[in-house]
Design a protein around this ligand. Structure first.
Ligand SMILES: C[S@@+](CC[C@H](N)C(=O)[O-])C[C@H]1O[C@@H](n2cnc3c(N)ncnc32)[C@H](O)[C@@H]1O
Length: 215
């Protein structure tokens, strides 16, 4: 049985009720045992990682937030590459966070209510996690709120035009380029997006998009 087959497709909810939040959290608590679909490491040559490293650039002395970090596979690479940076991983699933390496500071919370003061991070990124936030404008506003003016934000997620290509739970949402650009522009001064693939030398197949923003 595939991971999401027990979630029947119906109208996507747009409000994160307590009950829905509980179900999402529970599904990702159970998913922590599934190393195949939710790996704890990532090949740092994968372009998704390279793009974040390149876009953020010099990070020594910086504080960076991985939003919906899962097992912290991206944060692990950032912490290895930038040992003088303070890397944070936030996720709603405590069992996922248990896989994060000790050099990554973890925090169990929802990205729709980040437990951080305004403008405390130099950079933030969300890889394949915003699609689960349900209240998308609220999550985007929260990510932008905690980043300092001039700080950089990366969102990597799936393209709404490819919807149906993969099995998804009922709450998941993929994004149109302009839709997420518009949401980011409410809070950020420079916003762009582009198609990306896993490997830099292969042309993108249209599934993944990266949104880049400067607050
Ligand atoms: C597909 S996994 C991606 C994990 C990680 N970003 C990666 O690329 O390995 C999605 C993650 O988002 C987390 N998540 C879902 N909804 C969330 C929310 N409202 N706030 C914080 N994390 C959330 C899940 O627990 C899960 O770990």
């Amino acid at each position: 049985m595939s991971l999401w087959s027990r979630f029947r497709r119906r109208e996507r909810p747009t409000q994160l009720t307590d009950e829905l939040r509980r179900r999402i959290r529970q599904s990702f608590e159970e998913a922590a045992d599934d190393e195949e679909h939710f790996p704890s490491t990532i090949d740092p040559r994968i372009y998704h990682v390279q793009l974040i490293l390149d876009y953020f650039g010099y990070l020594e002395g910086s504080r960076v937030l991985d939003v919906g970090c899962g097992k912290g596979r991206f944060a692990r690479v950032l912490a290895e590459r930038h040992p003088q940076a303070e890397i944070w991983g936030l996720d709603i699933s405590v069992p996922m966070l248990k896989f994060a390496p000790p050099e990554v500071r973890t925090c169990a919370a929802s990205m729709t209510e980040l437990p951080f003061a305004d403008a405390v991070f130099d950079a933030a990124y969300a890889t394949e996690s915003l699609e689960h936030a349900v209240e998308i404008p609220r999550a985007v506003a929260e990510i932008c709120r905690v980043v300092k003016p001039g700080g950089r934000i990366v969102v990597i997620d799936k393209n709404a035009e490819q919807w149906g290509r993969l099995e998804t739970p009922e709450w998941e949402k993929w994004f149109h380029r302009r839709e997420l650009e518009r949401l980011l522009r409410r809070h950020c001064r420079e916003v762009s997006s582009r198609f990306i693939s896993y490997w830099e030398d292969l042309p993108p197949d249209g599934l993944f998009l990266a949104w880049l923003a400067v607050k």
